[in-house]
Design a protein around this ligand. Structure first.
Ligand SMILES: Nc1ncnc2c1ncn2[C@@H]1O[C@H](COP(=O)(O)OP(=O)(O)OP(=O)(O)O)[C@@H](O)[C@H]1O
Ligand SMILES: Cc1cn([C@H]2C[C@H](O)[C@@H](COP(=O)(O)O)O2)c(=O)[nH]c1=O
Length: 194
């Protein structure tokens, strides 16, 4: 049975790296599609590129529109065709980033109410100082990366997890401190039935 798995966590926690290693591992068990939000479609690329201009409510709505199109055009068709889907970011990212951008949880949720719950949502946690060093090594930071902090993102991810847990989402937390990407993927794989 195909599974929809979402990898979440603060900027620089290791989402993209982990999602890639996990997808590679799942390929040994069946067809696996790796994807990301915002999407790499022309619309998603426009949202990413316009992040300085699209802020607050307009950004929340644009990200949600990209997510619904992602579900309709990519995630659901792949699941129906029998592929596992691993997504780097999904609804929890909005419950964190759009809050940093000034919206309430209730407003953000209202834009995401009709999204499909994943089979498993994985929250990566990492030492804030390690994350800070990783971000400091980057040549450019996005507006929201500059506005937030690893500590604030970790706190808002805790809130997101409680909020989505109360709505029946199946979620796990992986403490990545001292773990290689392969070891993190191993721990995630242990929670999947294949
Ligand atoms: N488990 C790990 N151990 C050591 N280094 C890691 C680990 N996971 C990721 N990294 C390194 O940390 C950096 C950030 O990783 P990555 O880009 O995957 O994070 P991210 O959460 O996707 O960031 P962003 O949300 O900003 O795109 C990269 O240099 C990556 O090689
Ligand atoms: C999914 C999602 C994305 N965003 C914004 C924030 C960043 O500009 C990008 C994500 O970039 P990254 O390379 O994955 O760090 O999109 C957002 O504001 N809300 C969301 O839910």
């Amino acid at each position: 049975m195909p599974r929809f798995v979402v990898v979440e966590g603060p900027n620089g926690a290791g989402k993209t790296t982990t999602a890639r290693v996990l997808a590679e591992r799942l390929r040994a068990t069946g067809r696996t599609h790796e994807t990301t939000e915002t999407t790499r479609t022309p619309f998603g690329n426009m949202v990413r590129a316009q992040e300085k201009w699209l802020a607050g409510r307009p950004l929340a709505l644009a990200v949600a529109a990209d997510r619904y199109a992602h579900l309709d055009n990519e995630i659901q068709p792949r699941l129906r065709a029998g592929s596992h889907v691993v997504s780097d970011r999904y609804v929890p990212s909005s419950l964190v980033l759009q809050r940093i951008d000034g919206l309430t949880v209730e407003e953000i949720w209202s834009y995401n109410l009709h999204t499909t719950p994943p089979d498993l949502t994985v929250y990566l946690e990492e030492d804030p100082e390690t994350i800070r060093q990783r971000l400091a090594a980057r040549t450019t930071l996005s507006r929201l990366e500059k506005t937030g902090s690893p500590e604030l993102e970790l706190e808002l991810y805790h809130d997101a997890r409680a909020f989505l847990g109360a709505r029946g989402w199946r979620q796990i937390v992986i403490d990545c401190r001292g773990l290689s990407p392969e070891a993190v993927a191993d721990r995630i794989h242990q929670h999947l039935p294949f």
